[in-house]
Design a protein around this ligand. Structure first.
Ligand code: PLP
Length: 284
């Protein structure tokens, strides 16, 4: 495997950044993840737009043009011979002697990695449905920025894994679900309404979420963009999560409580199918 680090490609096992990289010391950086189909990037522009927004919100300079970044992403995909998989881009404020305030004259660090994914494995899990758990959301007040400061998300995901679950849905002080540790959360509630939390709230505006919002309109499915509680999720007909890394993944249990009839529901199944079709077709 090969990684891109600050202008050069090197063997993945030997690719390093400096110990005083601010990403390492302060989580002072942002990232994006694209899914890759047939070596091409899904939802390319939307991830790039969100990257620019994240950089702007934390006042890190854009390290290179979107076109140049696209070249680096594709070259990393090519050198790793990834047909289907994920490409990861991280931009930090750069390397400087440790001091909380921004350093003067430091160029951002840019790293890119790519890895293969077994789409058949994800498909098998989606056909069966996955388990979910819930935990309080202990994150900061700017979860709309895709920063590498992911320790609360790491702890949430680990809580899920330790219970044999795929994802942890986090909830706010009102008991309303914010999002998954690395996904956006959706339900088809007991009245059959498709719901997902609005993004005015403290959550990430998922690119997959946005793509699915457009597909829903095209499918003639009505959406109620309104938060829902853990209890509502447990009573729901369907629960599912969306992200570039999992597309649409049905959750068939939550904290051990069976969702609906314990099988992936028709809406999640349909949305996964149409999202995958479109993402594949439009990948560039
Ligand atoms: N929410 C969080 C906290 C995430 O980390 C992610 C993706 O990594 C998402 C939602 C889904 O975003 P996207 O659909 O852009 O991958």
């Amino acid at each position: 495997r090969v990684a891109y680090v600050n202008g050069a490609y090197s063997a993945h096992g030997e690719a390093v950044v400096h110990i005083e990289d601010r990403g390492f010391q302060f989580a002072d950086g942002v990232y994006e993840v694209w899914s890759v189909f047939d070596g091409r990037l899904a939802d390319f522009e939307d991830h790039m737009t969100r990257l620019h927004r994240s950089l702007s919100e934390v006042k890190i300079d854009i390290p290179m043009s979107a076109a140049a970044l696209g070249v680096v992403l594709r070259e990393t995909i090519r050198r790793n011979r990834v047909r289907d998989g994920l490409v990861y881009l991280q931009v930090t404020r750069g390397t400087a002697s440790r001091d909380h305030a921004f350093p003067a004259d430091t160029a951002p660090s840019v790293i890119v990695t790519a890895k293969r994914l077994d789409l058949a494995k994800g498909q098998a899990m989606a056909a069966k449905g996955a388990a979910g758990v819930t935990r309080p959301d202990i994150r900061w007040g700017r979860c709309d920025i895709k920063t590498v400061g992911l320790l609360p998300n790491v702890l949430a995901k680990q809580a899920a894994r330790e219970r044999g679950a795929y994802e942890c849905l986090m909830y706010d002080e009102m008991g309303l679900i914010t999002e998954g540790s690395s996904t956006n959360a959706w339900i088809v509630d007991e009245d059959g309404r498709l719901r997902t939390r609005d993004t005015q709230a403290n959550i990430l505006r998922g690119v997959t979420r946005e793509a699915i919002l457009k597909l829903i309109a095209a499918e003639g499915i009505e959406l109620d963009e309104r938060p829902f509680s853990v209890e509502e999720a447990k009573r729901a007909r369907e629960v599912f999560v969306t992200a570039a890394s999992s597309f649409v993944m049905p959750l068939v249990s939550l904290d051990g409580v069976k969702i609906g009839d314990g099988k992936p529901g028709p809406i999640a199944t349909r949305l996964r199918e149409v999202y995958l079709d479109q993402a594949r077709r439009d990948a560039i």
